[in-house]
Structures are given as C-alpha cells and as structure tokens.
Design a protein around this ligand. Structure first.
Ligand code: C2E
Ligand code: MG
Ligand code: MG
Ligand code: MG
Length: 290
C-alpha cells in the first residue's frame, strides 16, 4: 500500500476504477439483502392478441424497490451477472412468476401465458431445465402456460447441447420465444436449429416502422418469416395507434407495449384482465369483438 501511494500517478489512474469496484460491491451487497428481504418484485406487462383484443399473456419483468424507489433491471442486472447473484435472482424470478400464474388460474382468471426472461449467463452456470421444472412443480402451474424468453446470446454459441436442453423443456410442454428478434447476428440460423414457438420483434424496429421504410420492411419480413416457419410473432414496444394499425395490417399475431400498459404490479394486472383491457381502445374498432 505504501509503495502504491508512493508512486506518482497511480492514484490518479486507479481512483475511478476503485470507485467503480466499490459501487459494484455496494450494489451487490444491497441486492443480496433485497433478495433476502423480499424487495425484489415482478411487474407484468400484457400481451394482447390482435384479432380478439384479449390479453393472452403476461411478461414478467424484474423490479427492485431500493429505498422506496423503483429500479429497473438495466441498472442492476449487469452487476448481478458479474457477481454471480444472477443465479439466485433468476431462480427467485422463475418461482415467483410460476407461483403468480398459478394463483391467477386458481382465482379464475382466463388462462394466461407467463413469459419469463432468461439470461445467457444463467445457462452457463445453472441447470436451467432442473430450475424450471422445480418451479413448475412447486407452483403446480401447467407447463404449457410458461414461456421462456431467450435472447440470441443464449442461442448463438452453444450449438447442439443447447438445442437438446431446450428440447427437453419443450417436451414437457414449456414454450420458448426468441426475445429482441432481429437485433442478433444469426437470427436465421437459430430459428432453424432451435425448437422455438414465437418470435418477439425487437422494439427498435416497431419504434421505427412508421417513419423509416427500412424498419417497416424488417417488421414485415420477420412476420412473414415467422408465419412461413409456423411460428407466432409478438411485436414489442408498441406505443402508438399508428404502429398498432400497421402491425395489424401486416398480420402480426400479438402486441405488447406502453400503448396498452406499462409493466404493472400483479394486482393491477389482474384488474386489467378482468376489465377486458383494450375494449376501450381502437384495437376493437376495425373488427367487432366476439
Ligand atoms: P425485454 O425482455 O426485451 O423486455 C422489454 C423491455 O421493454 C422492458 O424493459 C419493458 O418495460 C420495456 N417496454 C415494454 N413496452 C415498451 C414500450 O412501449 N416502449 C418502451 N420504450 N419500452 C417498453 P425493462 O423492464 O427495463 O427490462 C429490460 C430488460 O431486462 C428486458 O428486456 C430483459 O432482457 C431484462 N430483464 C427484465 N426482467 C428480467 C428477469 O427477470 N430476468 C432476466 N434474466 N432478465 C430480465
Ligand atoms: Mg423479454
Ligand atoms: Mg425484448
Ligand atoms: Mg431487451
């Protein structure tokens, strides 16, 4: 230490790194506590079927009430992954999402698909199928109501072994979707090699589809690709009526975004489902509701 301090310039150079390391350690310590104290929660965002206007699914999105303020995963998931805390966090997410979905069924809500995000790191360090099956068993949830959202980071590197892992889950009835579709490098090859059910069009393309011909073309192409392969397609990040109508015109199956609802707590989500969410919006207008 004395030596380090004696060297001129060392402090100057090291201070920002030290500060970063301290920050990471602080977030890690706080997160660990948050997990233990139940300060992590899931919010749910509806997925709406375009032809019926009904909520058919929920995506579970992780939130942290840190000193009373709501923190979104962008601010802490990277730290969780760096420190290995992602393991217990993902395990908690899976159990909580399955528990909630089963509770909604038991409360008499219509059958809703529950989407849960998985991180690439998780597949390297955890037995994902075992974790998923344990959560299904503990909750009693019908596996067909669970959908795992995979990113291309998961699908890209791991070849046949990953295909076998995913197939084992699918054999149990669990559904699989590709999240942020279109942002990766090898989209076409992995939809061919992996047993997925649904593509989620990345919100950047949806956000651009009204003003940028290229984004519109990409959205159209993804929808066509999905349907040609017998897959369903969900558009993420739908914020405006114009986007909604364009997606309807392209034959998109489902939509998700702030236009309908932000991610919200479980009780609010259940109320939304019971109220029939979108009947009040333009969604129902062109086609009469059944
Ligand atoms: P994602 O899975 O692609 O989730 C969609 C993100 O877009 C969410 O951000 C959601 O709140 C946001 N979003 C939804 N509709 C709109 C919209 O109309 N406009 C805009 N601008 N944004 C919209 P969020 O909740 O901050 O999550 C960010 C990412 O963090 C997720 O991206 C997912 O990759 C990851 N994540 C979230 N929860 C979990 C989790 O429980 N486990 C893991 N491993 N990752 C998670
Ligand atoms: Mg997702
Ligand atoms: Mg996404
Ligand atoms: Mg994302």
């Amino acid at each position: 230490r004395a030596k380090a301090e004696g060297r001129n310039g060392w402090r100057f150079f090291a201070a920002p790194m030290e500060a970063h390391a301290r920050q990471v350690m602080q977030i890690e310590a706080d997160l660990r506590q948050a997990l233990a104290r139940g300060e992590l929660v899931l919010h749910y965002q509806p997925q709406v079927e375009l032809c019926s206007g009904r909520i058919v699914g929920a995506e579970a999105l992780l939130r942290w009430y840190r000193n009373g303020a709501l923190v979104t995963p962008g601010a802490f998931l990277a730290v969780a992954e760096e420190t290995g805390l992602i393991g217990p966090i993902n395990e908690w997410v899976m159990r909580e999402a399955c528990r909630q979905a089963a509770a909604w069924c038991a409360a008499g809500l219509p059958r809703l698909r529950m989407g849960v995000n998985l991180s690439p790191v998780q597949f390297r360090h955890q037995d994902v199928p075992a974790m998923v099956l344990a959560a299904l068993e503990a909750s009693g949830l019908d596996p067909r109501l669970l959908e795992l959202e995979l990113t291309e980071g998961i699908l890209m590197n791991q070849g046949e072994e990953m295909a076998a892992t995913l197939q084992s889950l699918r054999d149990r009835g669990v559904h699989l979707s590709v999240d942020d579709f279109g942002t990766g490098y090898s989209s076409f090859s992995y939809v061919k090699s992996f047993p997925v059910d649904r593509l989620k069009i990345d919100q950047s393309f949806v956000g651009g589809m009204i003003d940028e011909p290229n984004s519109a073309a990409i959205v159209r192409t993804i929808i066509e690709l999905a349907h040609t392969l017998g897959l369903q397609v969900v558009a993420e990040g739908v914020e405006t009526e114009a986007q909604l109508e364009a997606l309807r015109a392209e034959g998109c199956d489902e939509v998700q975004g702030y236009y309908f609802s932000r991610p919200i707590p479980a009780e609010a989500f259940a109320r939304l489902v019971q109220a029939g969410l979108v009947s009040a919006t333009s969604l129902a207008a062109p086609h009469p509701q059944v």
